[in-house]
Design a protein around this ligand. Structure first.
Ligand code: HH2
Length: 417
């Protein structure tokens, strides 16, 4: 199970004190974020918990069912939604957040795009800010930084009123990744303790964009930040399953979220916490059973395809000279895969394709750290062929700028599907 953490400069239920004087909330594998909509018009449950008593009751029920975080929102962001002003939004969410914070049982995130609502919610006891506009507003970043709150940065193309009219991308994965990393780096530089990345399923995305972003979760997770996916009950699931009623889309949501969990998502934002908790528990039991049946506790196949000593000129490193002159980088890739006995290229992994993707990653992009380069290559290798269950990538930098004689510097990462 992958370990995840959220750092904050103030206490949260379940968090432990950290070395830097703050607090850290840790968990293994995927955790659930339960949705509490204090709205009359949310797309799947509008009006159900507009009354604060019912919203608090619902939030506590979600915690009892296994949610790590409850996400309280006072404005619907469904396609075509009418925007709500910060005054009305605060009137909806603050009484709920105050009462949840008093009870002290829930890690509370506030789902808002308004800095004034975020500030009031943090003062009322919320712990995390979930901003569907991706912390683009400097006032939102300072609200989080000043109160030491982690933030969820989501990607959206356009605005809710019109975002689904005609969304277009050149390369949706590259564009969303660039946006999220830039926003995260800026927020961290300004003092936000942890930034969670969310590709924004359904926010200015066609079905094929959502699918491409789901498959790219390992690439987003390679930055080392927790990744959140929120596909629950959304339109793409309705179209794939031919189900027009959002409240009846939980089974399809579970399937998408199990896939997201397999691909490394740390947080799943869902309406049906009990159903997702059950599905994740059963998935974990099946994985453990497969490992035990293999007799080793290790469900990986033992066949490997190895590409060694792939050498390229690249421009990676933290120093400006490295960006200017570049240096030689050498890459090894080991792929664990079930190899057939048949002598047929179609039956196995095409390693020429792996060579091409390594060449592209080393020569066409620039990373400051060789471990980040190795992680990005590993994510692409797993993406290349679904039969590759594990990729070990070593990036060698024999000419690393060090003051003495060094034969080699190597970063190795191991990534599993
Ligand atoms: N989706 C919704 C709202 N907030 N926040 C993040 N980070 N990621 C999401 O995918 C996301 C989100 C939409 O779902 P819901 O809250 O159920 O509906 P509505 O916006 O209509 O209230």
């Amino acid at each position: 199970m992958i370990e995840h953490e959220l750092r904050a400069h103030r206490p949260m239920p379940g968090a432990s004190p950290s070395d830097d004087g703050g607090y850290v909330l840790r968990w293994s594998g995927p955790a659930l974020v339960g949705v509490v909509n204090v709205t009359p018009d949310s797309f799947s449950d509008g009006g159900l918990t507009l009354d604060p008593d019912r919203a608090v009751e619902q939030a506590h029920r979600l915690v009892d069912e296994g949610a790590l975080i409850v996400d309280v929102g006072g404005e619907s962001t469904r396609p075509g939604a009418t925007p709500v002003g910060p005054g009305e939004e605060s009137r909806r969410v603050l009484p709920v957040i105050e009462r949840l914070a008093d009870a002290g049982r829930a890690v509370i995130s506030v789902d808002t795009r308004h800095p004034e609502v975020a500030r009031d919610a943090l003062a009322a006891g919320a712990h995390i800010v979930n901003d569907v506009t991706g912390l683009g507003d400097p006032a939102m970043r300072s609200a989080c930084a000043e109160s030491g709150a982690p933030a969820i940065v989501m990607h959206m193309q356009g605005r809710p009123a019109t975002m689904q009219d005609d969304p277009r991308y050149g390369d949706v994965v590259a564009e969303v990744e660039r946006f999220l990393l830039e926003r995260a780096e800026r927020a961290e530089a300004e003092g936000v303790p942890t930034v969670v990345l969310d590709p924004g399923w359904g926010f200015g995305k066609r079905d094929e964009h959502n699918l491409a972003l789901l498959r790219a979760l390992p690439r987003l997770a390679a930055s080392g930040r927790p990744v959140l996916l929120g596909a629950s009950r959304k339109g793409t699931i309705g179209r794939w399953a031919d189900e027009s009623d959002p409240a009846r889309r939980d089974p399809g949501s579970v399937v998408v979220h199990l896939e997201a969990a397999r691909l490394g998502a740390a947080l799943l934002r869902v309406h049906d916490v009990a159903g997702h908790r059950q599905a994740l528990a059963v998935r974990a039991a099946l994985d453990a059973g497969a490992a035990a049946a293999a007799g080793t506790g290790d469900p990986r196949p033992h066949d490997r395809i190895v590409l060694e000593g792939l050498a390229f000129h690249g421009y990676h490193g933290v120093f400006p000279e490295e960006a200017r002159f570049g240096a030689r980088f050498v890459v090894d890739v080991e792929m664990r895969v079930d190899l057939p006995d048949a002598d047929d290229l179609a039956e196995t992994v095409d390693y020429a394709g792996v060579y091409d993707l390594v060449a592209r990653e080393v020569t066409a992009r620039r990373y400051r750290l060789i471990e980040a380069l190795a992680a990005a290559i590993a994510a692409r290798v797993l993406d290349h062929d679904a039969r590759i269950v594990e990729a070990t990538v070593r990036v060698h930098k024999p000419h690393a700028p060090l003051p003495g004689v060094v034969r080699d510097v190597v970063a190795e990462v191991v990534r599993r599907r």
